[in-house]
Design a protein around this ligand. Structure first.
Ligand SMILES: CC(C)(COP(=O)(O)OP(=O)(O)OC[C@H]1O[C@@H](n2cnc3c(N)ncnc32)[C@H](O)[C@@H]1OP(=O)(O)O)[C@@H](O)C(=O)NCCC(=O)NCCS
Length: 332
């Protein structure tokens, strides 16, 4: 069994496990990998490609991830690829212990997996990874159960440049809440970055707004941000759909939750996407978020890709453990 055979069988596996996965694995970038692993045991095989990316703390992406991300993309084949994966994870661990600083919260190890290809979940857990973040999908023809009764006092309107402070404050609340679940990073320059991003967004979409405010009896208490199909090229390769919409964020002020504001904003987003002829809507959410996870699945979304994280990538005690191990080896 060679590398090509594993890659080909992996592609067949993806399309059989979930019809909404794309034909080509968007994560398969062997030419960009800094390290490649291959393990074959009997009729089963696995490939792993390690990639390191680093972003600037002054970029707005830094609010949503660790500054340094080590990513492992995997390809499997055969009836029993679990043991192959265990060995790949151990080899990657050795590589990370050699290259990543231990105990650094801003260095994460991430393994993206098709949500319905559950092979390897137990092995990931045993290596200290947790399913942290999901890219969820809602096909356009999906029927969702009716949510709570609409709140009569809710009015949804496009956000205007004069809403900048309100929008940033709602966004900052969302960030603080989501930071509890591991992928968002609270940074000192967050307000500055959010303000610059939001000002750009409010200024540029006069005819096709992307930011919407929900007012409850005249008070702005909810925020929705979306990306129209023309702007979703960065995420559309992750789903088998022609026209893709992306729901960037939805937030309702704590005092107004559970009264239908979120449902009204989500219905508004879906109506906009229907009008734009979107085939599927994507969004990211933190799995441990007790408000967003049930909310999105009630709105007709379901998991497409699951991102397993270990953060820090190398735990602080790993360095001491590695030293102890090497000392033990030398003494024996
Ligand atoms: C997720 C969030 C936007 C939902 O907004 P909301 O205004 O509370 O939503 P709604 O009131 O319309 O709906 C929530 C309630 O209706 C219920 N509900 C929603 N859709 C439903 C459906 N289809 N069927 C039955 N019940 C449903 C929910 O279970 C919830 O009820 P509960 O609070 O009594 O459990 C809000 O909780 C929030 O801002 N959370 C923090 C920020 C966040 O996590 N944002 C999402 C980031 S991805």
């Amino acid at each position: 069994m060679n590398t090509e055979a594993i890659a080909t069988e992996h592609a067949t596996r993806l399309s059989s496990v979930d019809p909404l996965l794309p034909r080509f694995d968007p994560l398969a970038e062997p030419e960009r990998a800094s390290e490649a692993f291959r393990v074959i045991i009997g009729d089963s095989g696995a490939l792993g490609f390690a990639l390191r990316s680093e972003i600037d703390p002054s970029s707005s992406d830094s609010l949503w991830r660790a500054l340094v991300e080590h990513r492992l993309s995997l390809q499997f084949t055969g009836p029993d690829p679990g043991e192959c994966l265990t060995r790949i994870l151990s080899q990657w661990d050795e590589y990370l212990t050699d290259t990543a600083p231990p105990g650094d919260w801003d260095v994460a190890a991430v393994v993206p997996r098709p949500s319905r290809d559950t092979v390897g979940s137990a092995e990931l857990l045993r290596h200290g990874f947790a399913p942290l973040r999901v890219l969820a999908v809602r096909p356009a023809d999906r029927l969702a159960a009716a949510g709570p009764p609409g709140e009569p006092g809710v009015r949804i309107r496009p956000a205007e440049p004069s809403d900048l402070r309100t929008a940033v404050s709602l966004y900052a609340e969302l960030q603080r809440y989501d930071a509890e679940f591991g992928s968002v990073t609270l940074r000192e320059n967050a307000t500055e970055l959010l303000t610059a991003d939001m000002a750009r967004e409010l200024g540029k979409h006069e005819h096709e707004p992307t930011v919407w405010i929900a007012e409850l009896y005249g008070r702005p208490l909810g925020l929705l941000q979306i990306q129209h199909p023309a702007d979703t090229g960065w995420i559309s390769p992750y789903v088998s759909a022609e026209r893709v919409g992306y729901l960037s964020s939805l937030h309702v002020a704590e005092a107004a939750r559970s009264s239908g504001v979120g449902t009204a904003l989500a219905a508004h987003a879906h109506q906009l996407f229907d009008e734009a002829g979107v085939d599927a809507v994507l969004l990211h959410h933190a799995l441990a978020n007790p408000t967003s996870t049930p909310f999105w699945y009630g709105q007709g979304y379901r998991p497409l890709w699951t991102y397993w994280h270990r953060r820090p990538a190398v735990l602080a005690h790993s360095e001491r453990a590695a030293e102890t191990n090497s000392l033990r080896k030398r003494l024996s």
